[in-house]
Design a protein around this ligand. Structure first.
Ligand SMILES: [Zn+2]
Length: 203
């Protein structure tokens, strides 16, 4: 393998991570409840929705619910995501100034980058992943679901595709355990050590 090939592989991987990071913010979230596939709004939409609800509530007579996300947190998060996505797209692609943040991020995810831009793309990924984590906290996503980004030790699937064709990581961990969406294999939190050992093995 030449150095050039290695760099091409790196940028390919970095671009996939960028697409996944953007998807974590702007794609509908697919989850499973009682064996049924559930689709909810994207993280970005939910934080924006939470801000609107909070504004309406604070304008009314009722006291804000303690469990509701703080409007300032929502606003700060939305501003940070808006600012970062516009910073990222500048110099990468030209978008209509009136484009919404979700559009800007989708354009960014669809761009092609050269091997020399790997570092830049990975810095985008790090920033977007930070936003996805803090956004999930603000939106009150519980449990926080963490894709393990490794093939399932049981069925070797890396991806799960919903009936509507939405792709998501097959193997996902939460505070309640890990589960493969493809073959329904589950691991309890007590089995996380075992799962980690299995993931180290080539599938
Ligand atoms: Zn599986």
């Amino acid at each position: 393998m030449t150095v050039v090939e290695h760099e091409e592989m790196s940028i390919g991987l970095a671009q996939r991570r960028l697409q996944d990071s953007v998807a974590a913010l702007v794609d509908p979230v697919i989850s499973w409840s009682g064996g049924r596939v559930m689709s909810t709004d994207s993280l970005y939409s939910r934080v924006r929705g939470a801000l609107t609800k909070q504004s309406i509530r604070s304008g009314g007579r009722g006291a804000p619910q303690r469990s509701a996300p703080c409007a300032v947190d929502c606003l700060d998060w939305l501003r940070a995501v808006d600012r970062d996505s516009r910073r990222m797209i500048a110099g990468v692609a030209v978008v209509d100034p009136g484009s919404g943040t979700e559009t800007v991020l989708r354009v960014l995810a669809g761009e092609s980058f050269g091997p020399e831009q790997t570092g830049m793309v990975l810095s985008f990924v790090a920033a977007l992943q930070r936003h996805a984590r803090s956004g999930a906290e603000i939106a009150g996503d519980n449990p926080v679901r963490v894709p393990l980004r490794k093939p399932c030790p049981q069925c070797s699937s890396l991806w799960h595709r919903s009936v509507s064709g939405v792709r998501s990581w097959a193997l996902v961990a939460s505070e309640h355990g890990a589960r493969c969406s493809e073959c329904s294999a589950t691991w309890t939190t007590q089995q996380f050590g075992l799962l980690a050992a299995m993931l180290e093995q080539p599938v």
